[in-house]
Ligand binder design. Structure first.
Ligand code: HEM
Length: 632
């Protein structure tokens, strides 16, 4: 009997192998018609099977001969970040990858990116790949076509200039809370404080901002007196105490669930729930509490209505008219601009998760890069000084200060950080029908059902779209891999000092939005050349929210403090105090090199961030007491 089973298995395997070879040949022939470079791989880079790819790549990396093979490199789903522009520099900004299962086109070319992203029906979002974040229900992020339009129409109006002002004000309050929290930890004091692992605190800050500004559930930092700061938590949603019937706060719940969200996708819920392994049943508990929290949040908004508290009213907007929609558990496919309850909770979850993790990464990497490049930090501080002087952030004004802070080194730093380390390194699309496109005057057809991969890292670092400048750091013929915020500054820029604003002399930046396109605004790269927020109709609706938040945090921190890499792993405070400038420089370079290695190890767990277990401790010192500025 065993012999028959073995024979049958061999026949099936042989049949499958022949089918795969034929399918691969067919896909290869289709791809070659484009005239682009075509590479083949035996497996797929997309779909549920591709979850095995990290394992395959890791095993292959142990075998020297195999690890060098191009088909193995191409299997790496994080290739755009792990190999930066290696393939693009060798084969060009557009190339195709074929497997027996599908065809993929990888694009770092601005002209083609902009065609793909703006062709609403020809290139759609492959929503199957987003199911993993559908845990509370379908949302604007995970739907397409008519359903997506409904989500977009209803939630879109929440992102207004009025909302940006709320974000600005909430962020400044939260930054004060975070600084106060840091100063009161361990051996820290008001003048010098070390933060071992700041990433978690930036995530808390961003979470608090979206809670307060977006959902009307203000959050406080440990030790903050709610009455003094005139922000009272809504019972059940405070990040200091779990709500009734919960074992953790909403913030803890999200922070524990997000890194493990993949398990909800690959593992049946009953298995997670009943698993004898604590880590698995913990994931289930987080999931269950998360669902309950979002149901309670929607219920809270329904009963409280307009609370008198100024917020973006995200849930309120979604609730309007929703009672007419059957409160089923399934997504509503009706064309009416209303959402079902499940869709409302789905969107609430997405806005909370998309609205905090990405911005937190932006704050984290911006401050880290500024600590690594103290001369850039000095220039940023000089701009902040000219714009707000020593005025307390508690009285900064959104309309007056935000445009000038954004169009200064502060905005330049945030744009440069997102250019180098974008939160989302690849944006997936899928072609619907054969699609004729044009690049550099040449036309070709992207075949139907091709998986399109907009390479954010590859596009952002494409030297073709920026003035050619030799790298001062590496000596390469372009400086695309370097942190150079100045590339964003307009040649004509003028910083209007606070005194001039008081005198009533202002420039044109003080218009309806902080993001202006005048001769004194930040440089605007060609369409499709800089895509950390994607572009076209599926671009990030929270772009300005994030820009306001990151600008406000950086400005408020750097107005008073200088951020340094913590060098205590190499030398004690006393040893540093005894060092010559040359010794300090060498010491700091060692810390910079280590920080660079940690950044390069970053990996994408939903968003690109430091790998699990990695951290770069930072030391914040009151300005004037720096130990390395001017030396490094
Ligand atoms: C630095 C911060 C941020 C970055 C880099 C970023 C980046 C992106 C990118 C690249 C996309 C497109 C994803 C895709 O097509 O797969 C996206 C979509 C989205 N983002 Fe953001 N985002 C940021 C902040 C925010 C904030 C603060 C919010 C909300 C408050 C937000 C809400 C969303 C939503 C709802 C979508 C889905 C839009 C759609 O599919 O129509 N994002 N974001």
């Amino acid at each position: 009997m065993w012999a028959s089973i073995a024979l049958a298995t061999a026949v099936v395997a042989f049949f499958q192998f022949c089918r795969n070879v034929l399918q691969l040949r067919r896909n290869k022939a289709k791809a070659e018609k484009t005239g682009l470079p075509v590479f083949w791989i035996p497996w797929t880079t997309y779909g549920s099977l591709s979850f095995l790819n990290p394992l395959i790549v890791q095993v292959a990396s142990l075998i020297p001969f195999i690890s060098k093979l191009k088909c193995i490199r191409l299997l790496d789903r994080e290739m755009s970040w792990t190999a930066l522009r290696e393939m693009e520099d060798e084969y060009g900004d557009i190339f195709m990858i074929v497997s027996p299962y599908n065809i993929t086109i990888k694009i770092s070319n601005a002209e083609l990116i902009s065609q793909v992203a703006t062709h609403r029906t020809g290139f759609i979002k492959p929503t199957a790949g987003y199911k993993v974040v559908d845990i509370c229900g379908p949302s604007i992020l995970t739907t397409e076509g008519e359903a997506w339009k409904r989500h977009k129409t209803i939630t879109g109006s929440a992102f207004s200039e009025k909302s940006n002002r709320l974000v600005f004000e909430e962020t400044l309050k939260q930054t004060a809370g975070m600084i106060n929290f840091w100063q009161t930890q361990d051996d820290n004091n008001n003048k010098v404080f070390t933060v071992e692992n700041p990433a978690g605190d930036y995530a808390t800050l961003s979470f608090n901002v979206i809670c307060g500004a977006g959902f009307g559930i203000p959050q406080t930092w440990p030790g903050e007196d709610e009455i003094t700061i005139s922000r009272t938590a809504v019972p059940g949603f405070s990040n200091l105490l779990p709500g009734t019937g919960h074992t953790m706060t909403l913030g803890e719940c999200l922070q524990r669930l997000l890194p493990n969200i993949l398990y909800l996708f690959i593992c049946p819920l009953w298995l997670l729930k009943q698993s004898p392994f604590k880590w698995m049943s913990n994931i289930y508990t987080c999931y269950e509490e998360c669902i309950n929290y979002f149901d309670e949040l929607v219920e809270h908004a329904r009963t409280v209505g307009e609370s008198g508290r100024e917020t973006m009213n995200l849930i309120g907007l979604m609730l309007k008219g929703s009672e007419k929609v059957p409160q089923n558990t399934e997504p509503s496919h009706s064309k009416n601009a209303q959402l079902s309850k499940k869709e409302i909770t789905g969107n609430a979850f997405i806005f909370m998760f998309a609205g905090h993790e990405t911005s937190a990464n932006g704050i984290h990497f911006s401050l880290l890069l500024l600590a690594m490049y103290p001369h850039e930090q000095l220039r940023t501080q000089a701009d902040i000084d000219r714009i707000v002087g020593d005025m307390s952030p508690s009285i900064w004004n959104y309309q007056t200060h935000m445009p000038r802070l954004y169009n200064s080194m502060v905005g330049a730093v945030l744009n440069e950080q997102l250019r180098l380390i974008p939160a989302i390194p690849n944006i997936p699309k899928r072609s619907v029908g054969d699609q004729l496109v044009q690049v550099d005057g040449r036309e070709f057809t992207i075949p139907e059902n091709t998986f399109v991969h907009l390479n954010v890292v590859g596009a952002n670092r494409n030297p073709r779209n920026w003035p050619k400048v030799t790298s001062h750091i590496t000596g390469k013929d372009n400086d695309m891999a370097d942190f150079v915020p100045e590339r964003w500054l307009s040649k004509d820029r003028v910083i209007v000092s606070e005194e001039k604003v008081k005198d009533g002399i202002t420039d044109e930046l003080e218009t309806a939005s902080f993001e202006t396109y005048s001769s004194t605004s930040l440089v605007k790269p060609p369409n499709g050349a800089y895509i950390p927020f994607s572009l076209g109709h599926r671009a990030c609706p929270g772009r300005r929210f994030a820009q306001v938040e990151i600008t406000a945090v950086l400005s408020a921190i750097l107005q008073k403090y200088t951020v340094e890499l913590d060098v205590s792993a190499w030398a004690s405070d006393e040893e540093v105090a005894e060092m010559t400038d040359e010794e300090k420089r060498e010491l700091y370079y060692e810390a910079v090199i280590e920080a660079e290695k940690v950044i390069r190890r970053s990996s994408q767990i939903i968003t690109l961030k430091l790998s699990k277990g990695d951290k770069v401790p930072l030391r914040f010192v009151e300005r004037g007491s720096e130990r390395f500025a001017g030396i490094v």
